[in-house]
Ligand binder design. Structure first.
Ligand code: GTB
Length: 214
């Protein structure tokens, strides 16, 4: 049975590849694994049926023989472990997995903090004062990431699941906005975007979104 991935029936990001199924679709395309989609409305997400798959009522989920998995990072890790999207050498493999965690627990929080400040707290009196501090924190992380990457193509040897998670995080608007200031990171993201699997996954989610939104 091909795995089933649950995604938005009509993604609010309108095909820009920002919803979290993008990393899962990309990983599946990298390993050449066909899959089916479970298309869900916002109302569907909060049903007991979907919450049995994803306790928080979110996408994506991943169903394959005997396993229902949630959390995009855990799904990508599972695909990577079962299909060889991680280094074979145990030490390099552990480090590639560390980069998956770094993407979601070291880089993404500073990006999200800045997004929340602008989108949800933009009208609060303290926001103008907080923004420079949040931007400085974000820039510190991006500086350090760019220093690590240096002239490497990928985070840890060959392309891996760590790069999928990191590039998806850098695509988030607050990260993408700053790429012009980080040529090393911009080149890294561009390199990832030229991968056929990225383009396949991106086109698939865009086609779905275009069909839903007209
Ligand atoms: N940590 C979880 C994971 O990585 O799987 C987070 C999953 C998550 O945030 N899912 C979101 C969701 O289902 C969709 S992707 N939200 C519905 C809900 O919580 O009720 C996040 C997302 C949504 C929309 C945009 N956008 O419009 O640009 C971008 C990202």
């Amino acid at each position: 049975m091909n795995p089933i991935v649950s995604v938005f029936a009509a993604s609010p990001n309108r095909g820009r590849g920002l919803a979290r199924d993008m990393a899962v679709r990309w990983a599946l395309a990298e390993v050449g694994q066909d899959h089916q989609l479970r298309l869900l409305s916002f109302a569907d997400l909060k049903t007991p049926e979907h919450k049995a798959r994803q306790s928080f009522g979110q996408i994506p989920t991943f169903e394959t023989d005997g396993l229902t998995l949630f959390e995009s990072g855990a799904i990508v890790l599972h695909i990577a472990e079962t299909h060889g999207l991680l280094p074979v050498d145990p030490a390099a493999r552990a480090r590639a997995i560390a980069w998956m965690f770094a993407a979601v627990s070291t880089i993404e929080p500073v990006i999200v903090e800045r997004e929340v400040a602008v989108l949800l707290e933009g009208d609060k009196p303290w926001t103008a004062e907080r923004l420079p501090m949040l931007e400085a924190r974000l820039r510190q992380r991006l500086d350090d990431l760019a220093t690590w990457l240096g002239d490497k193509d990928w985070l840890e040897g060959d392309f891996s699941a760590g790069d999928i998670m990191m590039v998806c995080v850098l695509h988030r608007p607050a990260g993408a906005l700053l790429m012009g200031d980080y040529p090393v990171l911009a080149a890294y993201v561009a390199r990832a975007e030229t991968r056929p699997a990225f383009q396949t996954a991106f086109a698939e989610q865009k086609t779905r979104s275009d069909a839903a939104h007209g």
